[in-house]
Unconditional design. Structure first.
Lengths: 162, 111
């Protein structure tokens, strides 16, 4: 089966994604070999669903996005692997969050991963809608996530856009 | 998201992107890609469907650990178990996002 990448996308959005090619400066391949056996590896998850821990972390800033529609909160949150589903909240204005709140595993399958592999103690969440320059994601957020993943001893990362 | 994967991969941490838009992830040169024909917000499948979620994650781990070259893409052969029209409506927010609202207003004032 070849997945239809535009099956669930409104038709008018398709030109924003299709045939756009790589970002400038991102044309070449990147590659970090997965050197270990999976059974001996520690794996991390990253969701772009705008998930955060309701009583312990600030929400992603959707108020500013409402007043500046081209802007998206570029910060990130560390999500404890031990967090219970009812402790998690979602701040993402581009999706219906009902199913994720009902079962966060559909965006951040922390429980499923713990049954399949050794996992980090804190996974990662970002909010996927970003301004076109991606400036802060590139200069601040991505390096901070890399540092976090190294501190967590992650041998690999599974990313899932919302 | 694919470009975030690239930056993390370039820092030495192997990545795999599980995405409903694998063609876009390929265009953006993500190193490893698992395609799922699921609605947005549902990368790992249906709520409370542990078998489906585990199947997606298992494939992601296999591609993460087993892909040999940058640009590897494997699509999951699972059909979304909800009729298209219903699923298409269900993933979208009740109110249009701010940027969509702005675009709609611009279109309206241009016409």
């Amino acid at each position: 089966m070849i997945v239809d990448s535009y099956r669930f996308l409104p038709r008018s959005f398709r030109p924003f994604y299709e045939g756009r090619g790589p970002f400038r400066g991102e044309e070449g391949p990147v590659w970090a070999p997965f050197a270990r056996r999976l059974a001996d590896s520690r794996i991390a998850l990253l969701t772009s669903a705008g998930m955060y821990v309701r009583d312990a972390q600030p929400s992603f800033d959707v108020d500013r996005e409402r007043s500046h529609p081209e802007w998206g909160d570029p910060t990130w949150r560390a999500i404890p692997a031990s967090a219970r589903p009812e402790e998690l909240a979602v701040a993402h204005l581009h999706i219906n969050d009902e199913d994720i709140l009902a079962d966060p595993e559909i965006a951040l399958p922390m429980r499923a991963l713990s049954e399949l592999a050794d996992t980090v103690t804190e996974h990662v969440s970002v909010m996927g809608y970003q301004d076109r320059s991606l400036r802060e994601w590139r200069s601040v957020t991505a390096p901070a996530i890399v540092t976090h993943l190294r501190e967590q001893g992650a041998d690999g990362l599974v990313l899932a856009p919302a | 998201m694919p470009v975030l994967a690239r930056w993390i991969e370039a820092a030495g941490i192997p990545t795999v992107v599980v995405t409903m838009m694998p063609a876009v992830a390929e265009e953006r040169r993500a190193p490893r890609i698992v395609g799922v024909e699921f609605p947005f917000g549902h990368a790992f499948g249906m709520p409370r469907d542990r078998v489906m979620q585990r199947r997606v994650l298992t494939l992601a781990l296999e591609v993460l650990a087993g892909a040999a070259v940058s640009g590897t893409r494997v699509d999951l052969d699972v059909e979304w178990p909800v009729p298209l029209r219903e699923a298409y409506r269900a993933w979208q927010p009740e109110e249009p996002s701010p940027i969509v609202r702005k675009m709609l207003e611009a279109r309206r004032s241009a016409s």
